[in-house]
Design a protein. Sequence first.
Length: 255
Amino acid sequence: MLSVIPEVAERLIIALILTNIMVGKGIKEYFNLPEEYFSHRGPTVDLIEELEEKWFLNNIKINRQDVVLDFACGLGRWTKKLSPRVRKVYSIDISPKPLSSLKKQKLENIKIIIGSDEKLIHFKEYFDKIIFAQGLEFYSSPITLLKKLRYSLKQGGELFISTWTPVLIKDIRGLKLEKDYVIVPRLIDNKKIEVFCKLRTKNEVKNLLQKTGYKKVQVEFLSIDAKSLPMKVKKLFTKKPSGRLNVLVIAKAIK
Ligand SMILES: C[S@@+](CC[C@H](N)C(=O)[O-])C[C@H]1O[C@@H](n2cnc3c(N)ncnc32)[C@H](O)[C@@H]1O
């Protein structure tokens, strides 16, 4: 009887935390825009995705038996990449629109869940790996979420995170970066959307992960030489970029 008390207390604490989910301003509006909008996102996104995919794939040891969580999965970029190589992928996102597009792919071994952190309570020590790609920036205080992700990882399980730095946003024509907001033109009617977006340094990401209690934390910048930027990306800058550009913070944390 006594042995169940810590488990009940743990669940109760998590349930209390879960009642406090906040979704940043503009996020639901932006990510529920029609799919066509995202197919015109521009070459900076392609560039970032390419760099991130290379790093993740070099650093993940994928096993056939793995159960993976793709948290804030969006259109399911990682779900689609990993599902043929693992046992099952759970794909969670707050925005129904990208999820409905993922659903149309009819992948057999995926489970799509609309929601957010609150869903993690059902997955105690469940996942071998968690991918949280380009989603941290939409959380103002991500400690609670990072704790919940840790709760749902198996012992020894691995969390992979990527998050944008300001470099490929601040000098890009058409975008405006204000404190913790990116202001983007909505292509359909050219109205502006203010999207909450908190860009973090390498140390901030490292501190967040260490504070959350991950055993081993590795955080790096992914960078690119400005000279080697594709011409189509260079053309988007208002000022000529130079030197080495740290475009993404990337992290691997082990429970
Ligand atoms: C830039 S997209 C990244 C999508 C995908 N992970 C990728 O890298 O291709 C960010 C995603 O985070 C989701 N998101 C933002 N805040 C969220 C929250 N509180 N809970 C769940 N998903 C969230 C958005 O709906 C959006 O689909």
